[in-house]
Design a protein around this ligand. Structure first.
Ligand code: B12
Ligand code: SF4
Ligand code: SF4
Length: 224
């Protein structure tokens, strides 16, 4: 199978397992930002496949001023789905004599500062899934920010996709939705400290065991 057919095949496989978005980019220029655990191990893996699973708007609309148990379960389910898709894609790549590392959907590797192996949103942006929104999340045309992400690194030189040319335009809906004013007109002014304190508070108040909030996701539903 040629690389173009293989890319289509991996996309179809992902969609059959409930993915909503699929894109490809090169990562050699992003590797400096990777966590040491995969920096060296991924040196021969110059391509990233970015996959998105859409959150259920019906579940998101049950959130009112604070996260709830339904959202917690949905968050966990979507993380499982993402990891399952990334594993299936990595297995399929191995069947085609490629190397692949699936990166966990939501694993914190270093707690101070809070960092994962790599930034799924930075890679999704480069792979054309969407743009960087005022809420400091990946925003997609169809699902807004109501999408969770995963990445598979591979040595297969699949054709990269073009980054999106869209942006938030005149929309400011998420600024009012954030209870602590962490979101600003300019995304570089996003106040991570305020956001972290709030999600930590929600988590402790309700024993969620996960740092979840969802209010800036609910405010950004996209065109669906
Ligand atoms: C740790 C973590 C947090 C920490 C933040 C720590 C931090 N330093 O960022 C806390 C607990 C506060 C948090 C909160 C939330 N999180 Co969180 N989080 C993560 C996690 C596990 C690691 C992030 C990380 O390593 N950050 C380190 C920095 C260096 O990377 P970065 O912030 O992603 O991006 C930087 C650069 O990449 C650069 N940049 C360059 N290009 C681009 C492009 C885009 C689109 C962006 C946004 C940035 C960017 O700017 C950033 C600042 O330097 C990721 C999963 C992952 N592996 O990516 C999920 C992840 C980012 N979280 C996610 C979500 C949804 C949330 C919450 C809504 C909580 C919830 N689920 O209810 C809030 C939203 C906060 C917000 N508005 O930003 C999603 C985002 C999906 C999306 N549509 O973008 C992710 C990708 C999980 C997933 N698998 O989908 N999170
Ligand atoms: S709610 Fe509007 S301003 Fe906020 S991230 Fe989404 S599109 Fe951008
Ligand atoms: S996750 Fe919650 S606290 Fe953080 S920016 Fe979004 S709405 Fe604000």
């Amino acid at each position: 199978m040629g690389l173009s057919s293989l890319k289509d095949h991996l996309e179809k496989l992902s969609f059959a397992k409930n993915a909503a978005l699929f894109g490809v980019c090169r990562v050699d220029d992003l590797r400096d930002n990777f966590h040491p655990e995969i920096k060296t191990a991924s040196k021969s893996l110059g391509t990233a496949i970015s996959i998105g699973v859409a959150l259920s708007p019906a579940v998101m609309n049950t959130i009112d001023n604070h996260p709830n148990m339904l959202y917690k379960a949905h968050y966990q389910q979507v993380n499982h789905t993402l990891n399952d898709i990334a594993f299936a894609v990595a297995v399929e790549i191995a069947h085609h004599d490629g190397k692949a590392i699936p990166i966990p959907a939501s694993q914190i590797v270093h707690w101070k500062p809070m960092r994962a192996h790599l930034s799924h949103r930075e890679i999704a942006c480069k792979a054309g899934l969407g743009w960087r929104g005022r809420n400091n999340l990946l925003v997609t045309k169809k699902h807004g920010s109501q999408v969770r992400l995963v990445t598979v690194l591979t040595d297969l030189e699949l054709e990269p996709d073009n980054p999106s040319e869209l942006d938030c335009g005149d929309c400011h809906a998420c600024l009012d939705a954030c209870p602590v004013g962490a979101i600003s007109e300019i995304v570089d002014d996003f106040n991570l400290g305020r956001c972290y304190e709030q999600v930590d508070k929600f988590s402790k108040q309700n024993n969620y065991g996960h740092l979840i909030c969802g209010l800036c996701l609910k405010a950004c539903p996209g065109s669906e």
